[in-house]
Ligand binder design. Sequence first.
Ligand SMILES: Nc1ncnc2c1ncn2[C@@H]1O[C@H](COP(=O)(O)OP(=O)(O)O)[C@@H](O)[C@H]1O
Ligand SMILES: [Mg+2]
Length: 273
Amino acid sequence: MPAGHPGMSPARPLIEFRQVSLRFGAEILYESIDLDVREGELLCILGPSGCGKSTALRVLAGLLPVDGGTVTIDGESPEQRWRDMAFVFQNPRLLAWRTAKQNVTLGLELRQLGLGRAAMESRADDLLRLVGLAADSEKYPRMLSGGERQRVSLARALAVEPRIILMDEPFSALDPSTRRRMRNELVEIWQRTGKTIVFVTHDIDEALELADRIVLLSPKPTRVVETMTVADARPRAIGTSPSLAMLRDRILAGFHDAPADLGADAAPGEAVT
Ligand SMILES: Nc1ncnc2c1ncn2[C@@H]1O[C@H](COP(=O)(O)OP(=O)(O)O)[C@@H](O)[C@H]1O
Ligand SMILES: [Mg+2]
């Protein structure tokens, strides 16, 4: 458990999928999915392209009903608890005509949390500082790099003070060195804020670097292959840690001949708003 992190309750998980089944027309996506997310943890959902990772986040956010089984957030349905969650997507989805700060306040305006302008702006300033953009708050998205835009998107998610942040391959469009830096920053921000993060990726090393636990999904029809705990202290160095190398082998074995990168993100998740 990271330093300064509030206790993870060993009791009831914050999020529970129980025997969840889902189909699109005649096609079965999930036969029976069980998974738990504990309060305060950084959980990675790892699986090949098209296995239903983005769909799992849509289900969690109450955007898509399931056909069988139950999904609960703190014992209630996703439809009841959508306000507990905020999204970060692969595409940062910033409004071009709004500054970084105005993009961060947008979520607050939309959720009508009853904050005055000054309070919203002050919260946005704090969060832009947290994500390392204190000096860029008046810039428009076109004036920011890909990594900076993604930081704005994270600040926007944090602004509504969600209990849970849902992240859908948020770094996969960034160049490798920015991606590495963003992962480190995410871990720091997570440790400082104590949020529960559900992070979807098809990148094995990304999951190994970030996760408290990894839920490994099979190709369709999708089931949970294995849930593994990553106990290594952070920051982690994938190349030099024997325990991470072992986990990596175990994941690869779960996919037989799958490449280390399990495939590009499928488009449908990107249609979610
Ligand atoms: N609304 C939909 N209607 C029909 N098929 C869908 C819909 N949403 C997703 N799918 C299909 O479900 C599968 C899983 O999609 P998705 O969750 O986006 O996968 P992943 O994010 O793991 O790449 C894909 O085969 C996709 O085409
Ligand atoms: Mg996806």
